[in-house]
Design a protein around this ligand. Sequence first.
Ligand code: NI
Ligand code: MN
Length: 232
Amino acid sequence: MAIKLTWLGHATWSIETDSGVILLDPFLNDNPSATAKADEVKADLILVSHGHGDHISDAAEIANRIGVDIITNYEIAGWLEKNQGVKSTIGMNIGGSVQTKFGKIKMTPALHSSGLPDGAYGGCPAGFVLTLPDAGGEVTIYFACDTGLFSDMGLIGDSGIDVAVLPIGDLFTMGVEDSVAATNLINPNIVLPSHYNTWPPIEQNAEQWSERIRSKTKAKPEVLSPGETFTI
Ligand code: NI
Ligand code: MN
């Protein structure tokens, strides 16, 4: 089966593989652009990039409903277990990777912050590189998550990225111009925008973004609407 990426709105992604569904940064019930509620989504594994509410707010509810692991940084993993009743977490840190039944998950740096909703320390914000087995080979997907532009994205790109998912909303993360520069550092075949059009302060014109990607990079832009799926 091909790998299917579904944008659930804002920075929430569902990654469907042969082995099950990975859910990234679940923020659904209070997300004005989400097309599903937390009690409707499937997950066999949850990833959380950092502690902000627009990435973590539904993680515990979904994990507890289905009984699945949450992979996140060490500090957030402890907070989820202690404060949110999550039974099983895998805490990691920047540069580390973990082998799961879905494939390899590596935690990458992100230039951002990570305070938890109650003010607790949320460790370092992160992105993820997923190396997922696919018919006859593997697919590598880089979720930059919430971050500004940083030149070490070039090192992440050197590992061979097929698909990159980048924030473009500006204000809290990279905006359009820096996402074009990031695409040139990462050099993926395909790039998808994330973390925009949820609220007026992060509104962007996805068509103009696509044009910039097409004219300034070698990557192919793929713009989804919330709820839409891209098959890799
Ligand atoms: Ni954030
Ligand atoms: Mn965010």
